[in-house]
Design a protein around this ligand. Structure first.
Ligand code: ADP
Ligand code: TYD
Length: 203
């Protein structure tokens, strides 16, 4: 089973992905936790190209190609082999982030996003948690966290609000695999929902 966590920056994806891994391991499951951009050595190198340095470094199109290249490597080297070995794979972000972030930042890129996905990735998660979150609160959380990867967080609350709307639209577009979770609650309450929904769907 392939599970992904999506949502705006600071919504709690990383926190919830870790907690779900702990719970599944306690229940005896073989689980791999990974993230995007990154997750394999090559994709982590591409991550550094994408998230560090001058925010205007790449055009929207180049950025889309880099995210897709990173995902292809991640899929080939880590996700597909782990799923084939019967493991549960949990990824902190995946293709929905590209649909929303690259699709939102320059109006008509969504068609290219979908075409590249079909051509180079062709795999959807079995279950996607979209953690919904007030953009201002999410940004405040993400800024508190610190670190050198400020490229996307630097775009501000206006963009975060559009991204949030993008994720909500995505939940409607893929209702079979996407579940909306309210992230404006204590960590343990969100984790409880995530664990219950996962149990309901696990084979
Ligand atoms: P994301 O991966 O979505 O950017 P994180 O899981 O890294 O979000 O969380 C960002 C920050 O907010 C972290 O410092 C984390 O401890 C904190 N945080 C996460 N979930 C909650 C929550 N439900 N309530 C309060 N703080 C939270
Ligand atoms: P991440 O480290 O998950 O950030 P955060 O923990 O703050 O949510 O992701 C880094 C940034 O990369 C994030 O702002 C979203 C962006 N991103 C895209 O624009 N497209 C993508 O396909 C992916 C996977 C991430």
């Amino acid at each position: 089973m392939f599970i992904t966590f999506e949502g705006i920056d600071g919504s709690g994806k990383t926190t919830q992905a870790r907690l779900l891994v702990e719970r599944l391991r306690e229940a005896g499951r073989d689980v791999v936790l990974t993230r995007e951009p990154g997750g394999s050595p090559g994709a982590e190198e591409i991550r550094a190209l994408l998230l560090e340095g001058d925010p205007e470094r790449w055009s929207a199109e180049t950025e889309l190609l880099l995210f897709t290249a990173a995902r292809r490597d991640h899929l080939e080297r880590l996700i597909a082999p782990a799923l084939a070995a019967g493991k549960v794979v949990i990824s902190d972000r995946f293709a929905d982030s590209t649909r929303v972030y690259q699709g939102t930042r320059s109006g008509d890129l969504r068609e290219s996003v979908d075409a590249l996905h079909r051509l180079m990735i062709g795999r959807e998660p079995d279950l996607t948690f979209i953690i919904d979150m007030d953009p201002e609160a999410g940004l405040a959380r993400a800024r508190n966290r610190g670190g050198g990867e400020a490229r996307f967080e630097g775009f501000g609350a206006g963009l975060q609000a559009r991204l949030r709307a993008g994720f909500l639209a995505l939940a409607k577009e893929f209702p079979d695999r996407c579940v909306l979770v309210d992230g404006n609650r204590p960590i343990e309450d969100v984790a409880e929902d995530v664990a219950r929904l996962t149990r309901e769907r696990l084979p």
